[in-house]
Design a protein around this ligand. Structure first.
Ligand code: DAH
Length: 347
């Protein structure tokens, strides 16, 4: 058989063998069998030298053409196998885009924040603007300017945490109530009328129990101007209670004592758990206390820069955690600072 015929036969055989190569390993084997240094094509090429000189160019050209054909066929087969492999990988890896998604866990506002925002919006509609005041206070602002000189017995109601200060520096403490904010709001506005609420965090040196926390929020309120009377205080608080606890909610004022107000009251709403009949939550009184209030003491007005002969005002202070407890029937104040999601997810 002539060398050209052998080359033609090899080409047919190699292309047929390539058809049968089913994976990349088989392709590699095929490549070394036909195109490798020791492969069939190389072996045939050794016969070139033995040909008569006039036949050599044609045989050489044919030889190169077969090599080119086989190399191209190999490239195509490789590409084809890779395409198939990729296709398989995609299929194995398929995402079902019709599956319903997983609902993202959406955060929510802490019940105290919710209650604070309700309070802002109700009192905001009545013209009270929100003020901020510091959590770290001086003894002067937390007590003295609120009509509690050093050694005043009422200080016993508000024991707190003190901050170390150098001798001669003013005593610093964590405020026990938002009432010192009254002084800032007054000094910023006197002698003009003011209606403000002062929300914020307060601290007390307390044994932590179901009913007492050492940290909690308060919202302070003041209204000062000419001829503001106790009737204004009553009207404001009753309207406020109706907005929070429903129209027609029964309320009552009880005489009380705070050094910074005169007269002082505590404000109750009828217990909505038992409708006033008496239960565990209202301690069988039928009433729930929601805040302390009163007419601002002349000394406090003076400390805030007002002339008590010309203006008068009322003040109140409430605890949003306590109000949320009453609203949702929460029986332990410690939940509010527990960070427990089982608690928080309910609001
Ligand atoms: N500061 C009082 C407390 O923490 C609450 C309070 C009572 C505030 C009467 C007031 C008020 O403004 O008039 O117990």
């Amino acid at each position: 058989m002539s060398l050209i015929d052998q080359l033609n036969q090899l080409e047919q055989e190699a292309l047929a063998a390539l058809e049968r190569a089913a994976d990349l390993t088989a392709l590699a084997e095929w490549k070394s069998a036909y195109l490798g240094k020791q492969g069939a094509l190389s072996r045939l090429s050794r016969g070139l030298g033995a040909l008569p000189a006039e036949e050599r160019p044609a045989a050489g050209a044919r030889f190169n053409a077969v090599r080119a054909t086989l190399e191209q066929a190999l490239e195509r087969a490789e590409a084809q196998l890779k395409r198939i492999a990729r296709q398989h990988a995609f299929e194995a890896d398929q995402v079902d885009v019709t599956l319903p998604g997983r609902a993202p866990a959406i955060g929510r506002l802490h019940p105290t924040t919710q209650m604070l925002r309700t309070i802002y919006s109700v009192l905001g509609e009545m013209g009270f603007q929100v003020w901020e005041s510091p959590e770290v206070e001086t003894d002067e602002f937390n007590f003295q300017l609120l009509n509690m000189p050093p050694d005043h017995p009422a200080r016993d109601m508000w024991d707190t945490f003190y901050i170390d200060t150098a001798p001669g520096e003013p005593t610093l403490l964590l405020r026990t109530h938002t009432s010192p904010g009254q002084i800032y709001a007054m000094r910023a506005n006197a002698p003009n009328p003011v209606r403000a609420i002062l929300p914020g965090k307060c601290y007390r040196y307390e044994q932590v129990t179901a009913r007492h926390e050492m940290q909690f929020f308060q919202v302070e309120g003041i209204a000062i101007g000419e001829q503001i009377s106790f009737a204004d205080l009553k009207g404001t608080l009753v309207a406020f209670a109706e907005r929070l606890y429903g129209k027609g909610v029964k309320t009552r004022f009880r005489p009380s004592y705070f050094p910074f107000t005169e007269p002082s009251v505590e404000f109750d709403i009828e217990c909505f758990l038992c409708g006033g009949a008496g239960c565990r939550v209202c301690k069988h009184s039928g009433w729930l206390e929601i805040l302390g209030a009163g007419m601002i003491h002349p000394t406090v007005l003076r400390n805030g820069g007002y002339d008590p002969e010309k203006v008068s005002g009322f003040a109140f202070g409430m605890g949003p955690e306590r109000m949320a407890m009453l609203r949702y029937g929460i029986d332990d104040i410690r939940w509010f600072f527990s960070g427990d999601e089982r608690f928080l997810q309910q609001f």
